[in-house]
Every structure is written in structure tokens, then in C-alpha cells.
Write a protein that binds this ligand. Structure first.
Ligand code: SF4
Length: 336
């Protein structure tokens, strides 16, 4: 279901803007149906009031909790059941964040990613994307939403932007706390500046070498790393939020001195943050995780050369490796 469709259905039931606001607020904030005093329901049109119980049940069925795997770092990996039997992954992050999926599977096919190995299965509707946040809000407060789970948000742009708009308005998530993540796509660079809600941007760069990037991200748009950084930085200046560059650190692949020189060259004078995340091994894939000490040394060296670098653990890595593994195991019928 799309949010636009939900709005249209509510309007067809007689909802005026104030009524729409009320129903969408109740949903996006995961408020129990009795959160509003009964007498306040009286101001809703009768047809809408009559239809609300079934509609609430339908919305609650958009994303249901199938499995929850708490990690030692305060995060918790969720396997989210969808209405058609498919499953998406979401992660409750420390400090009131949630990472949500935007697609089932992914067509980018990153060589180091479990989700990418199976290709795209289907798009998530904007209401299914919002529903993951609603589900998270039934478990803990949510003040930040990152679109970094399964899928490439730029490949499901209309639905992701619709979800962002709702979460950034009625859902009351601060715009800089909505983080649109992309491998870099012309359509996203064009659409993001037009939005009423302008999210923060995370660009998955992973290497400064165009040829290596084509190997690692085989079906990402062929845009040179220099141009990607420039396009992302232009949006960062417009939105006012520094762009985050994502770098999955692969031992012996993108952790050499040549890459460090490339990073310094590309980021010189820019207000960007480099997030380095040591790779979590995925069974069957040929990449290795560098030691934490080696990764920390790289981060220190970049810092000394003027690049704001943050070394991060992947959330919940003690529970499972990277995104896509909970779903893969569920499909195999293996319990984790
Ligand atoms: Fe898709 Fe992200 Fe996995 Fe790449 S890392 S295949 S963009 S889900």
C-alpha cells in the first residue's frame, strides 16, 4: 500500500484534512486506538468512524514482528513479516534510531552483500516502509530513521520519498534525522532537492577507484567517484546537513594507502563525514574483515590528514553479520 492510496481511501470515507492528520498521526506514532478520548472520535465523519477498526487492523498487518534478536550494543535486529508472506529486515539502533528496508532484495548486487546476491524480489510500498517505523515505535521510541536496510532507496524513489515526507511531517522525525542512503543515482540527486522534507544524505562510496567500484557495485550507476562526491556535497550544502560517506572496509581490497590518498584528495575542503565500517563476513562471499586495530589505524591516519572519520561497528553484529542474513536464514528455515 502507498501512503497516497491511504490518503485517498480516507478522503473517500469523508476525511477532511484535520481528520486525515488525526488518523495518520495515530498510525505513525503507534498510538493505541484508545489514545484519544472517545468523545473526540465524535468529530470524525460517521463513515470514517465505522471503517476505522478494519483500517487499523489492515495497517497493523502491514509490518508484523516475526523475530527479534537483541545485540550486546543496544541494537536489535528485527525480521518483519509483510502481508504477502515476504519478510524485510529492520534494526533498532542505539539512541532511538531505526534502520528500515526499502525493497525486498536489491538489484545493485554489491559483491559483499547478502541481500544483493538474490537480486530484487519486490518493491516495498511507502506504507510498508512507514509501517517498519511504526512497528519499531511499538517497541521503543524512534527519533531517527535511516534508510539503509535491504534495498537501494533510489530504485524505489517515489515510495521512499513519500515515506520520508510523512515521517518528516506527521511522524515528527527531525529532517536531519531522516537519512536517505544511496549508492549514487542521478534520479535521487535530482529529486532530493525538490522535496518538502529534505533528508540527510548518506552516499555508499566504498572506494575512490572507478574500476574497483564497478566490480564491487556491479549494477550501480556508472558515475565516477569524484562526480558522486561532488553531487552529494552539493546536496549537503543545500540541505545544510553534512553528507555521510559510507565505506565498508574490506581487508586487502579498499584499505590500502592508495585509497587513503584518494579519500584525502576527494574530501579535501568538504564538510563530510566518512563512516568506516569493518566488513562483517558473509558465508560464501570471498571478502574478509580487517582487524579492529588495523581499521582504527586507518581512521587515525585519515583524521591526521584532515578527514573527519568515524569507525563504526555494524549494529547488532554479534547477532548476525550484514543485512539480508536474517531473511536468508528465515527462507532456509534456519533459526538464529
Ligand atoms: Fe543493495 Fe545495499 Fe546490498 Fe548493495 S549493500 S546490494 S545497495 S542492499
Amino acid at each position: 500500500m502507498r501512503v497516497t492510496e491511504l490518503r485517498q481511501r480516507l478522503q473517500a470515507l469523508g476525511a477532511q484534512p484535520l481528520h486525515l492528520q488525526r488518523v495518520l498521526r495515530e498510525w505513525t506514532h503507534a498510538l493505541p486506538p484508545d489514545a484519544h478520548k472517545r468523545k473526540n472520535d465524535d468529530f470524525l465523519p460517521l463513515t470514517l468512524r465505522d471503517a476505522l477498526p478494519a483500517l487499523r487492523a489492515e495497517l497493523a498487518g502491514l509490518a508484523t514482528l516475526r523475530e527479534q534478536h537483541p545485540g550486546e550494543d543496544g541494537s536489535s535486529r528485527l525480521l518483519v513479516g509483510l502481508h504477502d508472506g515476504q519478510a524485510a529486515e529492520a534494526v533498532l539502533l542505539p539512541r532511538d534510531g531505526v534502520c528500515v528496508s526499502t525493497q525486498i532484495g536489491c538489484a545493485v548486487g554489491c559483491a559483499f552483500c547478502m541481500t544483493g546476491t538474490g537480486g530484487l524480489v519486490r518493491q516495498l510500498g511507502s506504507a510498508e516502509i512507514v509501517a517498519q517505523v511504526v512497528l519499531a515505535r511499538t517497541l521503543r521510541p524512534v527519533k531517527k530513521v535511516v534508510f539503509m536496510g535491504m534495498g537501494e532507496p533510489a530504485h524505489n524513489l517515489d515510495n521512499v520519498l513519500e515515506a520520508i515526507e510523512l515521517l518528516g511531517t506527521v511522524g515528527q522525525i527531525g529532517h536531519k534525522n531522516l537519512v536517505f542512503s544511496t549508492v549514487g543515482d542521478e534520479r535521487a540527486f535530482e529529486a532530493l532537492p525538490q522535496g518538502r522534507v529534505k533528508p540527510a544524505l548518506a552516499l555508499s562510496l566504498h572506494t575512490t577507484k572507478a574500476a574497483l567500484r564497478e566490480q564491487l557495485l556491479p549494477r550501480a550507476p556508472r558515475i565516477a567517484p569524484e562526480e558522486l562526491v561532488e553531487r552529494a556535497d552539493a546536496y549537503g550544502r543545500l540541505s545544510g546537513y553534512p553528507v555521510q560517506l559510507q565505506w565498508t572496509l574490506l581487508k586487502g581490497v579498499n584499505d590500502g594507502d592508495d585509497e587513503l590518498d584518494g579519500i584525502v584528495r576527494l574530501l579535501a575542503g568538504r564538510r563530510m563525514v566518512l563512516n568506516m565500517i569493518p566488513y562483517n563476513s558473509v558465508p560464501g562471499l570471498p571478502f574478509e574483515r580487517p582487524s579492529w586495530e588495523a581499521a582504527a589505524d586507518i581512521a587515525r591516519r585519515l583524521h591526521r590528514r584532515g578527514v573527519l572519520t568515524k569507525l563504526r561497528h555494524s549494529a547488532g553484529q554479534d547477532v548476525d553479520g550484514g543485512c539480508g542474513q536474517l531473511r536468508a536464514r528465515a527462507l532456509d528455515g534456519v533459526s538464529v
